[in-house]
Design a protein around this ligand. Structure first.
Ligand code: ADP
Ligand code: ZN
Ligand code: ZN
Length: 735
């Protein structure tokens, strides 16, 4: 079609090419370029934009009808290169991108180009052809050389260590439990979407793999997308899929897609998915946009996890887009969780009550199967200012002496959150943010976790010179130190001293650090694991028999209505870490240190009763008219001063009443006044937000689409000088 060695002759055909221009308008990203022929929609091209050459996608099959003014043909610039080695992006893919852009109020160009690997821009058609050939070769090689399925290994006399190296997933014709078979047969019988509601350790992953295997077997080119919240936190899932399916469909049949990959790796995975060489794509939220021409199934593991929601650029929810994508492509979608989001739980109520998802229940844990005993320690009856209650300390010591492991978590890293002067009350606030800086003992710094501002700890109070400045509260670093002191006289069964290890964002900054720390835990070299909530997620710690939440109460009384939901799910997940190994399952415990032991949330947790918790939360949400019974959007504004940030939002809100399209929608909406964000200032930028709520998603969507222009206009008013930027967050997760 186009030979790259010769510069393309400027043709006469007009091609509509989508590029990334940062303008909030639907058509803004589609520009007209000339080419020798009309290229099919979905073709990837490179085009000049200003002084640069950028990646673009031919967006329409026909040029847009001219809007009155004739195009000046002589001013049109030609397409630089056509990446015709690549199949065109499918209409489904383009529809997904268009939908995401309009739903999340961003430009199509931004969403589309963010979903494509940046390296596509740098390779010539010839280089791409070469890469595709390589991928195709790997795939076809496999067809002629299909390995016979591995013999089912039996693990009865395997040592525990071997079982870890060779996870039982090598046995893929495992005898399913009745609950698993039930879930799979419903999956086969209905079209979904499905919510697989299964306790931790109930065998959800096995169900995912069985459903995947079935769909892959249904057609030689069928593809499956498996989404996980954070790939680094769920390496085990990746390993399990790889070890199960690489044997069946080849090493290259399973590819990953996440932000931790190099641009070259990302390009390779993308090409494998787009060309069909990859049968399974395993990825984080960005993978929802993977181009997979033969996609047959989407799985969303831990669907409640907040990391499925993007918090920059287009603030999309990958879980919600997965549902849209499945619907649009007519394929099945399966969400899975032990503590579903209240949205998905609500959508999976019985169809007779309006539910749209089919709920598949797997309440029982596999094997000896007991969930840990939940114990609440009433901190009102413990020694004042104690960090670890004496009974908890005793329980930890007993575990160490028995050679078992404990895990303690706390939602705060650092040594102690704040330094305070005992004399004048000075606190270690950040000069740039409305937040406190946290004391990090290891390098004796005060560091702001929001803007990164860091300074050596002052010797004396900067306000009054008092030498007695001390810490208030506690962080993981201090907990680690404190615990080591408390356990100094305790001995492991081998007579050695206790080993305490801390895992949090500070200890895992270096590449590979998390993996090596986790390996230490798995190998049994660690007696007590201390960390932030990052250790409570996903990991399969077999010998942990005690999990303790040191200070979970904060979330009970948060201004964010989703805080209890997140706390419950975190605690359930953390509890699920305990007693995964059959040998220790029945003595595992989860401890909660709380000032509110009778709180209903802890009551439901004690009974491992997510449905009871969800019912009470949904009841509260219903009465307050909050999601999932209503729909929300947040408009956030950054400005030099808080007044201007709020003024801008309030003016835009008032302007809505003056416009016909918008004012007609106002009866269906509530526009709240602008307020400062919880952390009102970060890095010297003031932040305000305004909440918009409606019982009708459609009304909210129509309003936002029209309101964009109003916001643009408002910003240029003199009162709004100093507004730096604004952004809309549809279906925000934190308020
Ligand atoms: P979940 O994803 O629900 O937490 P998993 O799928 O990880 O649960 O299953 C928990 C454990 O049980 C894993 O070690 C898994 O290999 C094992 N398992 C899953 N299904 C079966 C089965 N049908 N029979 C025996 N073991 C199983
Ligand atoms: Zn002071
Ligand atoms: Zn700061």
């Amino acid at each position: 079609m186009n030979n790259l060695s010769q510069p393309p002759v400027s043709g006469t055909e007009l091609n509509q090419v989508l590029v990334h221009t940062p303008i909030y308008s639907l058509m803004a990203g589609v520009l007209t370029y000339s080419h020798t022929c009309q290229l099919p929609a979905g073709t990837l091209v490179r085009v000049p934009l200003g002084t640069r050459d950028v990646l673009g996608v031919v967006w329409n099959d026909k040029p847009a009808p001219s809007d009155g003014k004739a195009l000046d043909q002589t001013k049109l610039r030609p397409i630089t290169a056509v990446l015709d080695a690549l199949p065109a992006l499918s209409p489904h893919w383009r529809a997904l991108v268009s939908f995401a852009a309009s739903y999340y109020q961003r430009s199509v160009g931004e969403v589309a180009l963010a979903a494509l690997p940046p390296q596509l821009r740098d390779l010539s058609s010839i280089q791409l052809t070469r890469r595709l050939k390589k991928l195709a070769k790997a795939a076809s090689h496999l067809d002629t050389d299909k390995k016979p399925p591995a013999e089912p290994a039996h693990s009865s006399n395997d040592t525990e260590k071997q079982a870890l190296v060779n996870p039982p997933d090598a046995i893929y014709n495992v005898a399913l439990t009745a609950e698993q078979s039930g879930a799979i047969s419903q999956f086969n019988q209905y079209s979904g979407p499905f919510l697989l509601f299964g306790a931790t350790g109930s065998g959800k992953t096995e169900v995912f793999m069985q459903c995947t295997a079935q769909l892959l077997a249904s057609a030689p080119d069928a593809q499956v997308l498996v989404m996980v919240p954070e790939i680094n936190l769920t390496p085990q899932l990746e390993d399990r899929f790889k070890s199960r399916f690489a044997g069946l469909h080849g090493e290259d049949a399973v590819v990953s897609m996440h932000s931790g990959m190099t641009p070259a790796q990302r390009l390779n995975s993308w090409l494998a998915a787009h060309s069909g060489a990859a049968r399974i794509v395993l990825g984080t939220r960005m993978a929802v946009f993977a181009s997979m021409p033969q996609l047959q199934l989407i799985i969303v593991d831990e669907e409640h996890d907040p990391s499925y929601k993007s918090h920059e650029g287009a603030r999309y929810s990958a879980r919600d887009l997965a549902i849209y994508r499945g619907h649009r492509e007519g394929i099945k979608v399966m969400l899975g969780s032990a503590t579903p989001s209240l949205e998905s739980w609500y959508h999976s109520r019985p169809a007779t009550e309006g539910g749209r998802y089919l709920r598949l229940n797997m309440p029982s844990r596999i094997g000896s199967g007991q969930l840990p005993l939940v114990r609440r320690v009433d901190m009102n009856h413990q020694p004042k200012r104690c960090i670890i209650a004496p009974p908890l300390l005793t329980a930890i010591a007993q575990r160490i002496e028995r050679g078992e492991q404990s895990m303690l978590f706390l939602n705060r890293r650092g040594y102690a959150p704040v330094l305070e002067c005992t004399d004048c009350g000075w606190k270690s606030t950040c000069p740039n943010c409305s937040a406190f800086r946290v004391f990090h003992k290891i390098d004796r710094t005060l560091r702001c976790h929001h803007c990164g501002f860091s300074e050596r700890v002052p010797r004396a109070c900067p306000e009054c010179g008092n030498m007695d400045i001390s810490t208030i509260g506690r962080g993981t670093e201090r907990l680690e130190e404190h615990l080591t002191e408390l356990l100094v006289d305790i001995r492991r069964p081998d007579g050695q001293a206790v080993r305490v290890v801390r895992i949090d964002a500070d200890t895992t900054k270096l590449k590979g650090a998390l993996e090596s720390q986790l390996a230490q835990v798995h190998a049994g070299d660690v007696d007590v694991l201390v960390g932030t909530q990052m250790i409570a997620k996903g990991h399969d710690f077999r010998r942990i028999t005690l999990v303790a939440a040191i200070n979970p109460d904060n979330a009970l009384f948060s201004s964010d209505f989703r805080a209890p939901e997140r706390l419950f799910s975190l605690l359930m997940q953390a509890a699920g870490r305990a007693g995964r190994d059959a040998a220790v399952a029945n003595k595992s415990e989860m401890w909660l240190q709380t000032q509110h032991p009778t709180h209903p949330l802890y009551e439901s947790l004690k009974n491992h009763d997510y449905p009871a918790f969800a019912a009470s939360q949904l009841n509260e949400r219903q009465q307050a008219g909050m999601p999932p019974m209503s729909f929300q959007a947040l408009v956030r504004a950054d400005a030099r001063t808080q007044e201007v940030a709020q003024e801008f939002l309030n003016l835009a809100s008032q302007a809505a009443a003056q416009q016909d399209e918008l004012s007609a929608l106002l009866p269906h909406l509530t526009l709240y006044p602008a307020v400062p964000m919880t952390i009102a200032r970060i890095a010297n930028v003031e932040r305000a937000q305004m909440l918009i709520e409606s019982p009708s998603r459609a009304a909210l969507q129509r309003f936002l689409a029209h309101w964009q222009d109003t916001l643009q206009h408002t910003r240029s008013r003199p009162e709004c000088k100093g507004v730096l930027r604004w952004a809309i967050d549809v279906d925000p997760l934190s308020i």
